[in-house]
Design a protein around this ligand. Structure first.
Ligand code: MRU
Length: 334
């Protein structure tokens, strides 16, 4: 059944499906502690650009509840904002959501602030559900017939408040009889593809297989894939798009083999303050994510490791960017 979610807010508590345990265990973290939510973002218990923004918004609201307010209000707002901002650097949705929350905090009177913040967090969440729906609808136009699709990382319900970004396009196309098969890149090192995308595809009954990331070029070359679609964590003003490491490889492969490469993302992922992808802050992960699986090392932990979590795909390699507003084409003007 499809009844699961990345994050829910219920009776002043946040409920997070722990994505580090999926698909083998479905365990929920229930908390009203903003620091625990910050940790959940850092540990990727909740992840995916829009979901991170939603989680941070609820965390902000919980941190600013009346009962927790003592001392200087302005200092508290700044401390909570800075703590949550420091959880992950690349997905702009985090900063976008936190800026909205801070604005509400600074522009409410003390009596109403608590309620206003909860209302704003719920609004950020429900707007995302709506944006996911629109992305799915707008993406349908890239499917003129039944297609075999390859995707990278996880962009579904687990990564957003709604049906997802690239995943929402796949879901909508499947419901319209337009998807023959989905190839899910495993997405090293944290396996968002083979664990999370597989989990979501299975729930919907969409035919799929998982492959190691380096198999994608062979699938594309051998004509086994009709189009590639991924999400994004931040899209610069010129269309350069940061997404999970390995996305750039896919775009280069698609260009070489003349296969369309699409990005799907909500408007909240477009960062007009970044002129180009060069200004996007890329997250680097800890060495142990590459040297071990779980607690088990499979190589020496003394080896040097290079572990960017994201790469930037230049705008000219992207066939189209599907947002909740429209399907944009190169050269991008948002
Ligand atoms: O490190 P993650 O799992 O948070 O990375 C997520 C991605 O790269 C997704 O593709 C991106 O956030 C778009 S999800 C709607």
């Amino acid at each position: 059944m499809q009844h699961y979610y990345a994050i829910e807010f219920h009776e002043d508590r946040v409920i997070i499906l722990d994505q580090t345990k999926l698909p083998l265990d479905e365990l929920y973290i229930v908390t009203d502690d903003y620091e625990r939510i910050a940790e959940a973002i850092e540990k990727l218990e909740v992840r995916g650009a829009p979901a991170i923004g939603i989680a941070a918004a609820y965390a902000f609201a919980l941190a600013m509840r009346k009962s927790k307010l003592n001392g200087d209000l302005r200092q508290r707002i700044d401390a909570v904002y800075e703590r949550l901002k420091a959880t992950r650097p690349t997905a702009v949705n985090l900063f976008w959501a936190l800026d909205r929350m801070k604005y509400v905090a600074e522009n409410s009177n003390l009596e109403e602030m608590s309620d206003n913040l909860i209302i704003e967090a719920v609004k950020i969440h429900s707007e995302d559900i709506e944006m996911c729906k629109r992305i799915g609808e707008n993406g349908l136009e890239i499917f003129s017939e039944k297609k075999r699709v390859l995707t990278h990382c996880n962009t579904g319900k687990l990564a957003t408040g709604g049906d997802g970004t690239a995943f929402s396009v796949i879901k909508k196309a499947f419901e319209n009889g337009m998807v023959k098969h989905v190839f899910a890149d495993e997405t090293r090192p944290l396996l968002q593809g083979s664990r999370l995308t597989a989990y979501e595809l299975e729930k919907l009954g969409i035919p799929f297989s998982i492959n190691v990331d380096s198999t994608a070029s062979v699938l594309i070359r051998d004509g086994m894939v009709d189009l590639v679609i991924t999400g994004a964590d931040r899209i610069a003003k010129n269309g350069d798009s940061a997404n999970k490491i390995g996305t750039y490889n896919l775009a280069v492969n698609c260009k070489f083999h003349n296969i369309p490469f699409y990005i799907a993302a909500p408007s909240s992922t477009i960062d007009l303050k970044c002129d180009t992808g060069n200004q996007i802050n890329i997250e680097y992960r800890e060495a142990n994510e590459l040297t071990s699986i779980g607690n088990k090392s499979f190589t020496k932990d003394t080896y040097n490791v290079f572990a960017p979590a994201f790469d930037v795909t230049p705008a000219e390699l992207i066939t189209g960017i599907i947002t909740d507003k429209e399907l944009y084409q190169y050269p991008y003007k948002f």
